[in-house]
Unconditional design. Structure first.
Length: 249
């Protein structure tokens, strides 16, 4: 029987690649994001029987609830929730950071993610479904300017592990996927649209691609029901941890 996935943040980067990959693998997908034209283009390409566009700002709980209530019957029974929508804003040290940007990251990466998960949990339990949360290595390894972004992703990882514990015995699988540096629109968003900064970061680094993460998520989604990947950390070979720093007077 055809299974249905809901993929948030499907207008770009990981989410777009995950949605495309799942449809290729025979799934139906509900694709979410604010940029409605991109979602519609994707529906046109993948087919309206395979993809359904749900355009809403994930920080708006009412809009989220309306979008869930408006799902057509063929897309209403979600077997897999991919909580991918998220962003980093700013690279300044904490003492120079913009509080509104911090709040936007928390509202998107944390509050919206738990709100959607809470809404879908009863159905996921009923269907013995799965949740894949897109966290980040920034939740495990601090770096300069990562402050609140890293904090939100540490939350996502720990929330995933906590969900696993609470869902014990329900058959619902939960995975935290923790990618390192990947070339998507992530740095464009983080820098307020600075294409040169984005190009500079990725040039020569052979970063992760969106398709690499789609491959990882598809592998997790297709594992037999008795297996749960709790967390998986994926970096480009060119990236590794850089250790601690010491300030001397
Ligand atoms: P992109 O910027 O390419 O994609 C981000 C997606 O999130 C877009 O589809 C965007 O949709 C959606 N989104 C952001 N804010 C909102 C909002 N308020 N409401 C609805 N959707 C929203 O970045 P990535 O693909 O790289 O990022 C995907 C996830 O992966 C994020 O959670 C990110 O933190 C994480 N990640 C990224 C890494 C990287 O190096 N790229 C590494 C590790 C993790 P729209 O703008 O249309 O609303
Ligand atoms: C994105 C990865 O290391 O750029 O989550 O913060 S990193």
């Amino acid at each position: 029987m055809t299974k249905t996935a809901m993929v948030t943040g499907a207008t770009s980067g990981f989410g777009a690649a995950i949605a495309e990959r799942l449809v290729k693998d025979g799934w139906r997908v509900v694709i979410c994001g604010r940029r409605e034209e991109r979602l519609q283009t994707m529906v046109d390409r993948l087919g309206a029987d395979k993809a359904h566009a749900a355009a809403f700002d994930i920080r708006d709980a009412e809009a989220m609830s309306e979008a869930l209530d408006a799902l057509p019957a063929a897309f209403a029974d979600i077997d897999l929730l991919v909580n991918n929508a998220g962003l980093a804003l700013g690279t300044e040290p904490a003492q120079f950071a913009d509080l509104d940007e911090w709040r936007q990251m928390i509202d998107t990466n944390v509050t919206a993610l738990v709100t959607l998960t809470h809404a879908l949990l009863p159905a996921l339990i009923e269907r013995r479904g799965a949740i894949v949360n897109i966290s980040s290595i920034s939740g495990s390894y601090p770096y300069k300017g990562g402050n609140v972004y890293g904090g939100t992703k540490a939350f996502v990882t720990q929330f995933s592990l906590g969900l696993r514990t609470d869902l014990h015995g329900t058959g619902v699988r939960v995975t935290s996927v923790e990618p390192g540096m990947a070339e998507t629109e992530f740095t464009l968003v983080r820098t307020g649209g600075d294409q040169a900064a984005s190009d500079k970061l990725y040039t020569g680094a052979h970063p992760i691609t969106a398709e690499d993460i789609a491959e990882t998520v598809a592998w997790i989604a297709h594992l037999p029901p008795h297996l749960n990947v709790n967390r998986i950390e994926v970096m480009p070979t060119s990236q590794s941890a850089a250790g601690l720093q010491v300030h001397r007077d």
